[in-house]
Design a protein around this ligand. Sequence first.
Ligand code: TRP
Ligand code: SF4
Length: 335
Amino acid sequence: MKKRILTGDRPTGKLHIGHYFGSIKKRVEMQNSGEYDMFILIADVQALTDNFNNPEKVRKNVKELCLDYLACGIDTEKTTIYIQSMIPETAELTVYYSNLVTIARLQRNPTVKTEIAQKKELFGESVTYGFLGYPVSQAADITTFEGELVPAGEDQEPLIEQCREIVRKFNSIYGNVLKEPQIVLSSGKRIKGLDGNEKMGKSLGNAIYLSDSEEEITKKVMSAVTDPNRIKKDDLGNPDICMVAYYHKLFTNPEDVETVCKECREGKRGCVACKKELAKNICDYLKPIREKRKYYEERPELVEKILKEGTKKAKAVAEQTMEKVKKAMKLDYFN
Ligand code: TRP
Ligand code: SF4
């Protein structure tokens, strides 16, 4: 039997190159290896935990996220994409799991902690029960599908760890029913923003989106932060503190990267030309993704069909797991 992968994202915005290198690329590689049985969820229920006051935003981004997946090469002949809220089994499991986790443990979850600190404006002094509990619902997402591997960014590590704890607790009380998942991190490190910020993100305005046009990409690259000590072309530069050099390493072939760094250090390269070269390389790299996205954008009925069929397939799997869980919990009354 192929190992099951369960992974996904919150539909709160379009995907950027940080997402791509952080997890999507890895998922596509795993899909294409043919060694796994992959389910990708569009986590609209989880997105509502911090967007409950903005259902339009979540709804709109369900489609955007699906378009991004398809554009990147997720192939629904091989992979199942489904919508979280259409699988009530996951919500049901969340309720049962909520007995197996303490409030203190949720409050200690580093990812949840960071997010709560960032969301003061939404939550004020006291966070909602739903948001604090989203790791429980994520554990339900994974285990509903008996997910063994979770390719995701490193920020998801504490959530997977919490899921593992819930699984162990469940199995110790009700019997060995659930599988403990493992995170699969991309080999690359997290991608920094155009401004040099450690994180690329919409709110920071420092991201290149997979759906950006060539003009948008070029404009963004021209605004990237470079070595501040370089004013004239013959000033000796330091590519180690330049975001343009940093992105060259991701999008430019290695020999050319060497030339970029060498010429920069020797004061033989102008920043404008250097940025233009990078912008072209990023545009070329993203071209097939952009074109594929456009293909699906123009065929909304096809995208809807993909989501409908994926969700239907997911529902059947979820029902099977639920049956096992209910039996183990002695909730199988009328069978
Ligand atoms: N927490 C993920 C995010 O922030 C989304 C998500 C929900 C997820 N359920 C999951 C990821 C299960 C991996 C596995 O985007
Ligand atoms: Fe950065 Fe290129 Fe300018 Fe050097 S020449 S500082 S690498 S943009």
